[in-house]
Design a protein around this ligand. Structure first.
Ligand SMILES: [Zn+2]
Length: 405
């Protein structure tokens, strides 16, 4: 039997274009038709949902997430992944890349194995796209909240086995300038895995070499990367400026209203254009839970509201942030994708269509996803419905309603 649903009376953000008074017709989990109400005939025996003029956009795609809704990716437990999957749909996210942290290799293997097994199952909410390894192959000088005890150099004897055993590894964030970093980049490229410059002290020349070896992306711009520095009388270009300058690289922003002030987010968008930037939460288990003390890969983390006066904006009380116990650095974030999209409109001044691009079609394109990220015929019916303030009303994964607000 054909299962058919129609979402009617929506403002559709495909997000290549905006369609007022639009209809989306869904058949057996796939999008059958998208268009103006006047152009689409709804067949008989179709369940019809009136979205009352709200926006309909592709479900958000989060390529960098360590946890949320009480679930922690790094435990290597299925129950944590299920908690995350179930929670994310409340924020409009329909697919994500669970992301590891620097840890002993056997622990990383355990976590990746758990993701590989869990993603085969029928999940309660958002889909798992695979694994994003962040570390352990990073530069200790740019460790951020990564545990320095577990940062190591990339050795093919270790990572070839890992990559062979786990085809679910889809992205690796690593520092290209450390010994073996370029060789790792070449191997990732050969396998079609996204290689991303991360926690890196590279110079401009080293970033060029990274691009030649296969790196295509840069992880959380401005966080864990070198900027321009003066060495004796000379300026040396860092990773930040290289990423802004070089068209070969895409990047991502933690747009939680804490990591980057609006001016820097605008600078990133102005330099890279609207097609080469995506929004990521980089969130940890406390995302969605509120303030308190939590554990992040063995490090104590405080979640609280409030920002210093020098910051350009006063974010709202509920815009929490996670910091290391001594408050010296951010420790991941407690953001959710709906919040990031809202921030792009509120603080950066983007229109809603452009803000949605950064959370849907852009991550899909840079990660090479073929069936999600755009509302178009033949794509998976992964979508979310929200009001003018990006409050999520409904989320659908492969045509199934997973959340209704
Ligand atoms: Zn990081």
């Amino acid at each position: 039997m054909v299962e058919r649903t129609a979402l009617v009376n929506g403002t559709i953000l495909t997000p290549v274009k905006k369609i007022e008074e639009g209809i989306i017709l869904i058949e057996n989990g796939k999008i059958k038709k998208v268009g103006k109400a006047s152009q689409i005939r709804i067949p008989e025996n179709t369940e019809t949902i009136d979205v009352k003029g709200n926006y309909i956009s592709p479900g958000f795609i989060d390529l960098h997430l360590h946890g949320s809704w009480g679930g922690d990716v790094t435990t290597g437990l299925e129950e944590d992944l299920l908690k995350i999957s179930a929670g994310l749909v409340k924020c409009g996210t329909t697919s994500f890349l669970p992301t590891t942290l620097s840890a002993p290799l056997n622990k990383i293997r355990e976590v990746v194995h758990c993701v590989q097994e869990t993603m085969k199952k029928n999940l309660p909410g958002a889909k798992i796209l695979g694994v994003h390894l962040e570390g352990p192959y990073i530069n200790p000088n740019q460790k951020g909240a990564q545990n320095p005890e577990h940062i190591i150099l990339p050795d093919p004897k270790d990572y070839l086995g890992l990559l062979d055993e786990f085809p679910c590894i889809k992205r690796v964030s690593a520092a290209p300038e450390i010994p073996g970093g370029l060789e790792l980049g070449r191997e990732l490229k050969r396998r079609g895995i996204v290689a991303s410059i991360a926690h890196s002290d590279a110079t401009y020349q080293e970033v060029l070499a990274a691009i030649e070896s296969g790196y295509t992306h840069a992880t959380h711009i401005y966080s864990g990367m070198s900027g321009v520095q003066r060495i004796s009388a000379y300026r040396v270009t860092g990773v930040v400026e290289s990423v802004l300058l070089l068209d070969e690289l895409t990047t991502e922003m933690i747009a939680d209203g804490h990591h980057l002030p609006p001016s820097l987010m605008r600078l990133v968008l102005k330099s890279k254009g609207l097609d080469k930037v995506c929004l990521v939460t980089d969130s940890m288990a406390a995302a969605g839970l509120g303030p308190g003390e939590y554990d992040l890969g063995g490090l104590k983390v405080i979640v609280e509201a409030g920002i210093p006066e020098i910051f350009e904006i006063a974010t709202e009380e509920k815009n929490y942030v996670a910091k290391l116990a001594d408050r010296s650095a951010f420790a991941s974030s407690v953001a959710t994708m709906d919040q990031l999209v809202r921030n792009m409109v509120k603080f950066v001044g983007l229109n809603i269509l452009d803000a949605v691009k950064l959370a849907t079609i852009n991550p899909a394109r840079l990660q090479g996803l073929k069936t999600t990220g755009v509302l178009a015929e033949g794509m998976d019916a992964d979508l979310t419905v929200f009001d003018r303030e990006v409050n999520i009303k409904l989320t659908m994964v492969a045509g199934e309603i997973k959340f209704r607000g």
